[in-house]
Ligand binder design. Structure first.
Ligand code: GDP
Length: 468
């Protein structure tokens, strides 16, 4: 674990901070108390008397970087002086030509000069340990680097700006105030002034509960914005599911990526529509035109629907019965209605019809879109409908929980706040109530890193890129 290593905070560390491989330019970063001394051993500025040790922060210097007598590259050195740097320490950033050979040679030279290779995320860990950012902001840095859509970028930016941290801090403070009030109540308990304080305490608890709940509720939106909204296309064989998927993928040319799905062997197609990512779950079978009926078993369909936030239920307008359709909708609603899933009916193959059955909407009371997947007609109506699922969400809210670790901590905190409340109701002794308060404070504290363990830090920073 990073934090247990001796010298984790005193060593001067170095890493290649640009993406691995060849590029126009690469950047190698050094951070720590010996950053300037080490850089000066290997860097010779073209300007006279320009030792990096003597330079002001936020300046750039051009010169040769050498290993002994051998010049490795002409580089630009950026100087950042503690505490005005990413890590709050002295930092030098060498921009060199982006050959992997040059990058490696510079790293070797720096190590020989006394730096050590940084662990993943160690620069950001230092920024956290030195108090420049809190833990949730550090996590936002990783989210920002991983962001693939306008929405996931926005969510990460919000978290990095610190609105969420402030909110958590406010909640913690409320709990601390609460504990103080409780002590006051204990002091006065013999003088019979208990009631006013009780009411006040209850009110404070109610506020806390509702604010924590609100944050917990925001996770659903925060999570889909971060990871994309999961959509399942289901329906009987030959209704046109694969044709529809292809039409959707063609319509929205901005295909983000094919990412491995959550189920084994599955592929998810991700498309970005007006900045929101939609993940089509387990479309491997659909995209392979040879594979149609057999492989898409009932079980697999159920799994897909479980994971989806939106279910597109496709049927063939030329081959359906109203009764069966209504039965299907009823079943789907029964099974998933209370999970807040959206079910959209799609009547396909309009091109084979003279007209859509005129009383369809009376017979089937459910949002239905009529398309021809084959002719790519009205696919935009599906796209609009998908967007409606996210555009209702409160994207403008400054505080959106998108991190599963934060969600868990909030759920735990809520559990203890409820336990405090129950303690009051059953007149539990104040000492015991105080234990619950401490637990609730602990869980809130883990979010921003006021309270932390090596395990938490190892988990978070271990997943960072090297050099960040
Ligand atoms: P899946 O089994 O649900 O994935 O269905 P497919 O997408 O493989 O389509 C089954 C058959 O219906 C294929 O021959 C498609 O060309 C055809 N098909 C799909 N959509 C339409 C459509 O909108 N109109 C017409 N006429 N045929 C379609």
């Amino acid at each position: 674990m990073i934090t247990k290593k001796t010298g984790y905070d005193t060593d001067t560390i170095c890493a290649i901070s640009t993406a691995p491989g060849r590029g126009a330019i690469a950047m190698i970063r050094i951070s720590g108390k010996d950053a300037f001394a080490i850089a000066d051993k290997v860097f010779e500025p073209f300007a006279q008397d320009a030792r990096l040790t003597d330079q002001k922060g936020y300046t750039m210097h051009y010169g040769n970087l050498s290993d002994g007598d051998e010049i490795i590259d002409a580089v630009v050195a950026g100087v950042f002086r503690a505490p005005n740097s990413y890590t709050c320490e002295d930092v030098v950033e060498f921009s060199c030509h982006g050959s992997p050979y040059i990058q490696q040679r510079i790293m070797e030279t720096l190590i020989t000069a006394g730096a050590r290779v940084a662990e993943p995320g160690e620069f950001t860990l230092r920024a956290f340990l030195n108090g420049r950012i809190d833990l949730s902001q550090a996590e936002a840095v990783a989210d920002l680097i991983a962001s693939t859509s306008k929405a996931s970028h926005e969510v990460a930016m919000k978290q990095m700006r610190g609105g969420f941290s402030q909110k958590i801090e406010k909640l913690r403070q409320q709990l601390v105030d609460f504990a103080a009030l409780l002590e006051l109540e204990m002091d006065f308990s013999e003088e019979d002034v208990e009631f006013a304080n009780r009411a006040q305490l209850r009110e404070l608890l109610d506020d806390l509960k509702s604010e924590i709940k609100q944050l917990i509720d925001s996770f659903r939106l925060g999570n889909v914005l971060k990871h994309g909204i999961p959509v399942a296309i289901v329906g009987k064989p030959n209704v046109g599911k694969s044709t529809l998927l292809n039409a959707l993928l063609n319509e929205e040319r901005a295909i983000v990526s094919e990412i491995p799905g959550t189920t084994r062997d599955s592929i998810e197609d991700v498309i970005s529509i007006r900045g929101f990512a939609f993940r089509f779950i387990d479309t491997a079978g659909l995209r392979d035109t040879i594979d149609t009926v057999e492989n898409i078993g009932i079980e697999r369909t159920r799994e897909k629907m479980e994971q989806a936030a939106i279910i597109l239920y496709l049927f063939d307008l030329n081959n359906f019965s109203v009764e069966e359709l209504n039965e299907t909708i009823k079943n789907l609603n029964q099974q998933y209605g209370d999970q807040d899933k959206r079910i959209i009916l799609i009547g396909n193959k309009t091109d084979l019809l003279v007209e859509i059955p005129h009383n369809f909407n009376e017979l089937v009371e459910h949002e239905t879109i009529f398309v021809s997947a084959k002719r790519k007609e009205n696919i935009n109506l599906i796209v609009d409908s998908l967007l409606r699922s996210v555009e209702h969400g409160d994207l403008d809210s400054d505080v959106l929980v998108s991190n599963a670790r934060h969600l868990q901590a909030l759920q735990q905190a809520l559990k203890f706040v409820e336990s405090i409340e129950e303690g009051f109701t059953i007149n539990l002794s104040t000492d015991l109530i105080a234990v619950d308060i401490r637990h609730a404070l602990h869980h809130l504290g883990t979010i921003t890193g006021k309270i932390t363990t090596d395990e938490i830090l190892g988990n978070i920073f271990g997943k960072f890129c090297i050099g960040k």
